[in-house]
Structure formats: structure tokens, C-alpha cells
Design a protein around this ligand. Structure first.
Ligand code: TXA
Ligand code: MG
Length: 332
């Protein structure tokens, strides 16, 4: 890639990155979900530069990353018992908890809301960086706004290049979809975004999760924007391995169409440009964003993404949510 700010992970590069954060700069770093674009959450100017660099709307708040429970509690004005239960059970891990914000959290981080989203990521590089910087780290996914989230340092470099102080290369992300976001600032816990921690696992701890109130103000402002989308149109097909291939053949040209689907569907479309999402929802999650980027870069005019009607448990819910947001049309 053109940019020369990608660094392998060593004690030195982490220490240097932590200095960049403390000095108000931007650092892209790996987490277990996707790469994040970090800045000191207490530094207003640094936080504003995240929004500029990503081209992100100012009303879409950021997740603040910590590496201890006490740091998480200090970001909130009220740390409810539900937050404590979730944090003790699932942190470090792919869960973001929304709580009432402490007054000293810059409004820019919160997108003007009175809540703040907090997460302790389960990744040795992210944890070491946050500890070395000794500040809470505000970090959205490290993509240009609207693009698929980056799961490799190379994807960050393609999107943001030299606009970032340093990109720490920790290899591909394990989970591949962003954290699950749960709001516990109200009476009942609300699932704001399905993600890398299965809804079922959370419900075992806190009981059933509510959906955001329909028609009400956007509880998670990010969810109202088009997201995860490559530059070519994406059509989403809901169906299974037997009926989908003929449907795709009837509606598209193999020479200019990319297909993102499970192994069985891909095997039935050998004349298409394909990305194999594998045979489990975990595999699909880990290949989803890199697959969208790969097909986008391959020069096809249309991407057809296939997701079965029944794969909505576990990480399947997050994969389907991302595909629905990336798609501009639904077939079948
Ligand atoms: O896995 C992840 O969550 C990654 C890694 C880097 O940690 N981060 C990430 O950040 O996905 P981002 O900015 O791409 O998505 C954050 C989501 C958005 O939908 C945003 O609207 C929501 O969290 N959010 C942040 N603060 C919020 C708040 N106070 N209330 C409601 N939703 C909030
Ligand atoms: Mg994002």
C-alpha cells in the first residue's frame, strides 16, 4: 500500500502509539471484532479529528474503550447493577454497554446524547495500548464512514492511509463483526446493535432484551445511516442452497456479478466471481467484511449476498444485520 505508517506489533511500536494518543493523535489498532480508529476520549480536538478522518456524521457517537472495570465505571454518572453483571460476565469481550455518561465526557464523544458507550476489548494489543496510554480511548471502526469495517491493517490503510498517525498491524481480527451494543441506562436492557456477542448469551444473564422503541428517537444514532456498503450495489437474497443458485442465474450475469455465500451455494456457481463464507455463522462473520471488500475490488458491477432464512441465531443475527444495511435491494 502507499501509506508507510503500518507497523508490526512490538513493545516499541505500542509505546510509540500510546504517545501518539496522549499527544492528541490518531492510532488504528486491532481488536477481537474489527480494527478501531482511536483517540484520547478526554481530548475534544482529538475526538473531532476522528470524525473528520472518517467523514463521520457528528451525531453518531463513539464507543470508549477501557482496559479495566474501574476505568469503565469512572466514565459513567450511574453504573447500574445490570452493567456490573454484564461487564463481569463478558469483559474483556465483544460487548459494548451504554450507560449514563459522567459529566466530564466530551459531548463530541457522545454525539450530544447524555449516555456513553463503553467497551473493554479482548485483544492483547488493544489492552496493552490502552494501558500504556493510560487514557480512555474513543474508537469507531477504522473505515471511511459507510464502508465495510476493516478486519485487517491493510483494509485500514486502504481507507485512511496517512490520515492516521500509526496503524498497528495485529493480523486479521478473530470475530470479524463489531461488538454487540446493549443500553442499560433505562429500566429494561435494550439491544441497540447485534454483534460479536450472541444475543442468547446476553439474555441468559439479563433476561430478554428489548428492541429500540419504533418511531422514537434513534436510540443508537449510527443505525440510521447506510453502512458497510461497497461502492457497487449489493443485492441480498434470503434463501437456502437449493433455491438460490437458479434465482441468481435468472437475474444476473456471471461475468460481472460477485457472489458472497456459504460453501454450498458458492459450489453451485463456479462461473461467478465468488467469496466463500464457509459453513458456520462464525466463519461467515469472520469473512463477511473482507469478502465484501474483495468483491468490490474485483471489478464486478453487482454483488449478490446470500443469507439463509434460518441462520439468525448466534452471530447469524449480526451477519444478517450487516448484509441488510449493505444491501440496496432484496431478491426473492
Ligand atoms: O466492535 C466494535 O464495537 C468496534 C471496535 C473498534 O470496538 N467499534 C465500532 O464502533 O464498531 P462504531 O463507531 O463503528 O459503532 C458504534 C456504534 C454506533 O452504532 C453508535 O451509534 C453506537 O455504537 N453508539 C455509540 N455510543 C452510543 C450511545 N451513547 N448511545 C447509543 N448508541 C451509541
Ligand atoms: Mg462502524
Amino acid at each position: 500500500m502507499g501509506a508507510d505508517n503500518v507497523r508490526p506489533v512490538t513493545e516499541d511500536t505500542i509505546r510509540n502509539a500510546s504517545r501518539i494518543l496522549r499527544a492528541g493523535g490518531l492510532v488504528a489498532f486491532p481488536t477481537e471484532t474489527v480494527y478501531g480508529l482511536g483517540a484520547n476520549a478526554r481530548d475534544r480536538e482529538a475526538v473531532l479529528s476522528i470524525f473528520r478522518t472518517k467523514g463521520r456524521p457528528a451525531d453518531n457517537p463513539l464507543i470508549v474503550h477501557v482496559a479495566s472495570l474501574s476505568a469503565a465505571r469512572s466514565l459513567s454518572s450511574r453504573w447500574p447493577a445490570l452493567a456490573e453483571r454484564l461487564a463481569r460476565r463478558f469483559w474483556p469481550g465483544p460487548l459494548t454497554i451504554v450507560v449514563e455518561a459522567a459529566e466530564d465526557i466530551p459531548a463530541e464523544v457522545r454525539g450530544g446524547l447524555d449516555t456513553v458507550a463503553v467497551r473493554w476489548p479482548a485483544h492483547p494489543v488493544a489492552e496493552a495500548l490502552i494501558q500504556a496510554a493510560d487514557v480512555p480511548v474513543a474508537a469507531p471502526s477504522a473505515n471511511r464512514s459507510g464502508r465495510p469495517s476493516p478486519t485487517t491493517a491493510e483494509a485500514v490503510s486502504i481507507d485512511l492511509g496517512d490520515a492516521v498517525g500509526v496503524i498497528l498491524d495485529g493480523g486479521p481480527c478473530d470475530i470479524g463483526v463489531e461488538s454487540t451494543v446493549v443500553d442499560v441506562s433505562g429500566l429494561r436492557p435494550v439491544l441497540l446493535r447485534p454483534g460479536g456477542l450472541a444475543r442468547e448469551a446476553i439474555e441468559e444473564v439479563v433476561g430478554s432484551l428489548e428492541a429500540p422503541a419504533p418511531g422514537g428517537p434513534a436510540r443508537s444514532p449510527g443505525m440510521k445511516y447506510r453502512h458497510y456498503a461497497p461502492s457497487v450495489p449489493v443485492a441480498l437474497v434470503r434463501g437456502d442452497a437449493s433455491d438460490v443458485p437458479p434465482l441468481i442465474r435468472a437475474r444476473s450475469d456471471p461475468a460481472s456479478t460477485g457472489v458472497l455465500a456459504c460453501t454450498q451455494v458458492v459450489a453451485a456457481l463456479p462461473d461467478y466471481v465468488t467469496v466463500d463464507l464457509g459453513s458456520t455463522v462464525e466463519m461467515a462473520a469472520s469473512r463477511l467484511f473482507s469478502g465484501l471488500r474483495q468483491l468490490d475490488a474485483s471489478g464486478v458491477a453487482l454483488i449478490v449476498a446470500v443469507w439463509s432464512k434460518t441462520d439468525t441465531g448466534g452471530l447469524g443475527l449480526a451477519v444478517l444485520n450487516r448484509l441488510e444495511k449493505a444491501a440496496s435491494e432484496v431478491w426473492g
